[in-house]
Design a protein. Sequence first.
Length: 273
Amino acid sequence: MDFLGGMVTWNMPLLMVLACISVIYCFFIKKDLKIKPIQPWLFFMCIGLFYLLMGSPLYVISHASFSTHMIQMSILYFVIPPLFLLGIPAGVIQKIKTSNILKMLSFSPFIALIIFSILFFLYHLPPVLSFLFSQPAIHAGFNFILLVLSFLMWLPVTASDTGSEDKKKRYSWWSGILLMPACLLFIVNGLISEVNASPLLNQLILELCIPAGQVDSLLPFQMNTKIDQVLGGLLMLGLHKVSLMMTFRLSSLKTNEENVKFEIIKPSLRRME
């Protein structure tokens, strides 16, 4: 990987920002007695994953193929947001849901899901993908909008109230349906497209000025572009399903912890009476 030079570095400014966020989180959880023991673990796992994806050398390497890029995108939008939302106290989540900013934007989670699905589909159209990778500023702005929308669309799934399980399941079903076109786009492109080169890899080669003879060194294995696209679509579908199952499981675990604590406290209160 020597020819990657300065591109394969750790993003220290991003590390400092995430460290500050972590310190602020620690400060607030000391004041919040309602936080569950599992929540700090989920929050710091989210912070670690985000830095690994966006601030480590893996950010550059993930653009070397469709499948590695889809793994990065799937974790960024389908794993990190629910971990973050499950990791912060329920009171803060409630304030986010009822915040004036969301009211001003008239954003409901379902609207955020629809907008995210449309933008996510457009992002993976080959002409749009090539254009975005040739315009770093626009690409960064597009990704930021997708990240904000992804946090909004995961709010209903991470809700801790047990009375809305049916609503959660319906919302999750719609989530899978609306996000499926983007995944199918990659699979169909891989099956019928005549494209023999990845725009992700081409742009990476241009940015890094990699000699043609050293392109094969970017990844420990090389894959046919068509197979790479099909695998990328399947990975994105699979990771979205796994993230939904994981979120339901962690949400129920958090609720069970709360119920156990209540059952422990209730006899103590009776004895005091």
